[in-house]
Design a protein around this ligand. Structure first.
Ligand code: MLC
Ligand code: AMP
Length: 493
């Protein structure tokens, strides 16, 4: 049995989801997901870990499809709703998906798959009202989900987790952050990443709590929902807090007061997926009365380190290892560093993923011989609190909570006819954390807006560089490698 779904049988009549004013209880979710599972199964008894890619906006339907795939025995592959066709195609083909489930608003983008010979294309409209029957018994050790993450290779990698991994990730957070059925969380994050899928939706549903959807981030709507007084838990990336603060500052004082009063009643609020600037933490505290709880995680490991729920939440620090997660800091030779010294965060425990999908070499490289996952993040422990110092690779950029590979963008830009060479880096930015920028060795007459539009057809818009700089040549070291730290300085000067 799938632990998350098994728990839902305990609270059938509680409200599981609020979606555009409609309420759905756990019984509704169980029945709808069972019907979807049946329609996926058809004559089969068990999908036996076939991959089912799906593109559905954050909603009740999204959850019903995700649970339906799981209950049919499939591996769920949530697709990013803002990807252009080539990026979607990469994920669908890399996972060798057997099914593709498409919500009406994405049918045009995915129309090339409608008559596919290699997969079964289903509109969410085809998944209505299927009669329910017996569903397969799923061993929690089986694969459950593949999420794509960018890394130090140019192409994103699929991170495979089992139901057991997902349950361990949820249980750790439910315990650490005191989740209960009284909670009501606003779900605004994209649902192809762990932050939205695990920390927000799955922890709430595990606890018999309520998930309220707002499919697209919009500060005015977020505050409007907060002021209705039902939501009591909120989780977001630092950029979202930055944008909420910026919007709040434009409001008249009467509205600000109303928001302040609503926020004071929250149980707690979390920031993660990127470093929370102390200035944002302080401003949010002055508005809401809450000290944001900052925690650290990664697609491959779920959440690993968190500031305490009770106790001091220390600005600029990520806290201590979560329940069930072992953490150590190591040097380049894989030796644990002495106390007070910086080292790479390595993680072990049931919360750690199984493998990079179809990439055994990348999987082997990601672990030490004794089974610790190497995060690539460098940290130090100060008075019992971990603090992130940086990453071991300059080619990984975190912008607005999204992980972006500089190499992937460079490869695309280099394919443009007017470009001889390019270097992509992330530079510090108040709003985005890091901002993607590109240096071009190119025909100086190249039209940047044309170049951006050309890139937009191939990459999601958040990966498109926000600034371009023309250089005669890229800075390189004696071995001919582009010196990215030197390149970053050119953007600051
Ligand atoms: C949007 N834009 C971005 C961007 N998001 N640019 C850089 N970085 C981003 N993250 C750009 C768009 O390309 C567009 O540009 C313009 O901003 C408006 O787009 P939008 O979609 O309307 O923006 P908005 O809704 O304001 O989105 C901002 C955001 C979003 C912060 C809400 O980026 C977001 O939801 N981020 C969260 C990502 C996340 O969940 N990460 C968790 C990963 S898991 P143009 O040029 O087209 O106008 C993980 C593990 C862990 O990290 O620890 O949690
Ligand atoms: P992702 O691969 O998208 O899951 O992103 C994981 C990465 O986000 C981590 O390896 C960190 O670099 C970064 N990250 C997550 N939480 C934090 C945090 N609180 N502070 C700094 N970096 C973070």
């Amino acid at each position: 049995m799938i632990p998350l779904i098994e728990r839902a049988f305990q609270f059938p009549s509680r409200t599981a989801v609020v979606d555009r004013g409609n309420k759905f209880n756990y019984q509704d979710l169980l029945e709808r997901s069972a019907a979807i599972a049946q329609s996926l199964l058809g004559e089969q008894k068990d999908l036996n870990q076939q991959r089912v890619a799906f593109i559905v906006n954050p909603s009740y339907d999204y959850l019903a499809v995700q649970w339906g795939i799981w209950r049919a025995g499939g591996i769920a592959v949530p697709l990013c709703t803002s990807y252009p066709f080539p990026s979607l195609q990469y994920v669908i083909e890399d996972t060798q998906a057997s099914f593709l489930i498409v919500a009406p608003e994405f049918e045009e983008t995915l129309s090339p798959y409608q008559k596919s010979q290699t997969l079964t294309y289903l509109s969410t409209r085809d998944l209505q009202n299927y009669p329910t029957g017996a569903l397969p018994d799923i061993n929690p050790n089986r694969g459950a989900m593949i999420l794509y993450t960018s890394g130090t290779t140019s192409l994103p990698k699929g991170v495979l987790s089992t139901h057991q991994t997902i349950s361990a990730q949820i249980k750790s957070l439910v315990e650490a952050w005191n989740w209960s059925e009284k909670d009501h969380i606003l779900s605004i994050l994209p649902l192809h990443h762990v932050h939205g899928i695990i920390n927000v939706n799955s922890c709430a549903l595990w606890s018999g709590a309520t998930v309220e959807f707002l499919p697209q981030f919009d500060p005015a709507k977020v505050f409007e929902i907060f002021c209705q007084g039902e939501v009591n838990v909120f989780m977001a990336v630092p950029t979202i807090y930055f944008k909420l603060i910026a919007f709040y500052e434009t409001l008249p004082s009467s509205k600000q007061e109303e928001i302040q009063n609503a926020l004071k009643k929250f149980r707690f609020m979390v920031s993660g997926s990127a470093a929370l600037p102390v200035s944002v933490m302080e401003k949010w505290k002055s508005i809401s009365g809450h000290t944001l709880l900052e925690r650290y995680g990664m697609t491959e490991i779920g959440m690993a380190i968190s500031n305490p729920y009770d106790g001091e939440r220390r600005p600029g620090h990520i806290g201590q290892p979560l329940p069930g997660v072992s953490v150590r800091l190591c040097d380049e030779n894989g030796k644990e560093v002495p106390a007070g010294t910086a080292g790479e965060i390595q993680v072990k425990g049931e919360t750690v993923f199984s493998e990079y999908w179809g990439k055994p070499e990348a999987t082997a490289k990601a672990f030490t011989p004794d089974g610790w996952f190497k995060t690539g993040d460098i940290a130090i422990v100060e008075e019992g609190y971990y603090r992130i110092l940086g990453r071991d690779s300059v080619d990984i950029i975190k912008s607005g909570g999204y992980k972006i590979s500089a190499l992937e963008i460079e490869e695309k830009i280099r394919a443009h006819e007017a470009v001889k060479d390019c270097g992509v880096v992330g530079i510090p930015d108040e709003e985005w954390g890091e901002k993607v920028v590109a240096a071009l060795v190119a025909d100086p007459n190249v039209d940047i807006s044309e170049l951006k539009n050309w890139l937009r057809a191939q990459l999601p818009s958040y990966k498109i560089p926000k600034e371009f700089l023309f250089l005669d040549e890229l800075p390189r070291n004696a071995l001919g490698k582009v010196t990215k730290n030197e390149l970053k300085k050119r953007f600051n000067s």
